[in-house]
Design a binder for this molecule. Sequence first.
Ligand code: ADP
Ligand code: MG
Length: 386
Amino acid sequence: MAMRCISQMNPKKIRGRVFLVRVDLNIEEGGEKNAYRIEAILPTIVHLLRHKGKVVLLSHRGRPNPVREISNFKFQISKRDGKLSLQTFARILSGKLGTKVKFVPHFDFGKIEMQIEEARPKSIFLLENLRFIAGEEQDDSRFAAQLAALGDVFVNDAFAVSHRAHASVRAITKYIPSYAGLLMEKEVRNFDRITDNYRHPMSIIIGGAKISDKIGIIQHFLGKADYFLLGGGPANTFFEAQGLPIGDSLVDMKSTAFAKQCLRSKKIILPIDAERQNGKILDIGPKTVEQFAAVIKNSRTIIWNGPMGLFEKRGFEEGTRGVWNAVLMNKKAHTVVGGGETVSSISLIPGSKSLISKNVFLSTGGGAMLEYLSGKKLPGIEALQK
Ligand code: ADP
Ligand code: MG
């Protein structure tokens, strides 16, 4: 992977210039304060500020109803969408960076440009949720050009949205020099290492909600990996395919045909017991945890996306906790764990931060990680190629 990287830019060229940095602040309400995604974007910002650049942060949050046209640069957002404002992150980032992050609540580009120009080096701005504007998700050139005109250099540090061809991810790169940020570089380096020269046994742990997002990775690795450990919705979908009764359990009916095709593979390991409530399968059971842990212990490459159960609810977190324990205990494997909920479920392990050793990489990407590992080309990354 040969991307243009900000780490390779001469620091002298950072001084006084305006860097538009696409980050991923797509964090749900309530999870803002301790979000791993916030910690992850700090290094690039600190790097640019240290070398006296100006930083303008760009991000989206959630799926608001976008405004088609910006008239007089005023736009109305519904009360519901107001909750998707990025304003709260200006305060949180100010605290973490020890310097004021100025929030810009509008898209009056002329005004923003002036504000940035007048600001001193080392100033930092955060624009409002880009998805409030329809052009963002449409990869609209005009909107991208307006954004690009605000800065000198574009930096993509949002690996988690790189699989989206959106204005602030792809179209913007047509207008100003574009680089990968430090986080993006780290993510891609880790994934390349796992796909280029992985060691056996290789285990892929798949859980979470929708199996349809995860079919690609199962298909791609069916010939390469040694084990697929399935929990959550994906396991239920396989049970359904086997004709086992699963009641109202979370299942992806559209994927049962795919599951049937895979059933013959000896590599697919399904849970042997389950935690249920009213007939619903909500977690893998203790025997399964034991079995999965034994496989994880002997693995030399591990990819994990998707919690094993409804870990947010008490009584259904043991499966996910058990897998975390096994994953963190294995210091020999090259391990990547990704996905919003999967990564945040590490909070099930007390003192987890100190337990993560060098061999374990936590990715900010969920869908993007699965697509990248499945060998797909991600538009946001393609746009940064040398
Ligand atoms: P990630 O965000 O890590 O990519 P997903 O979005 O695919 O993962 O799925 C995460 C969600 O799946 C979690 O909120 C979890 O509670 C839920 N989940 C996992 N297993 C089950 C289950 N058996 N029943 C209901 N929900 C489940
Ligand atoms: Mg999720």
